[in-house]
Design a protein around this ligand. Sequence first.
Ligand code: SF4
Length: 115
Amino acid sequence: MNLIATERKSPVLSRAEFGCLRGAHTINVTRGCEFDCVYCYARGYPEAPATGQVYLYRNLPKKLTAELDNPRRRTPVGRVIFNTASDSFQTHPDILDITYRAMRVLLERRIKFHS
Ligand code: SF4
């Protein structure tokens, strides 16, 4: 796997637009996924990187904190779903570090999450 650290520019929390997850807040720690499962629908997304490349959003915990603590936030965050287009528990320690830090941000605010 070629791990590439990058800065997330768009909001970290996005809203799912499909199936039973519709409207739920979602987080993906990376763009791309080292596991490369043959059945993965996310590999077909236009923004999916080339096989073997994984982009890690190193500013994700900081941006997540800012989004949750923004007093102008309109939609409350009741629960968060990780891993709609990646996997938070890929093996690289830098990915795991960002994952744990993001989950800590949620736990400190008593926001439920699952994957
Ligand atoms: S996002 Fe999930 S299904 Fe897709 S390659 Fe990663 S682990 Fe497999």
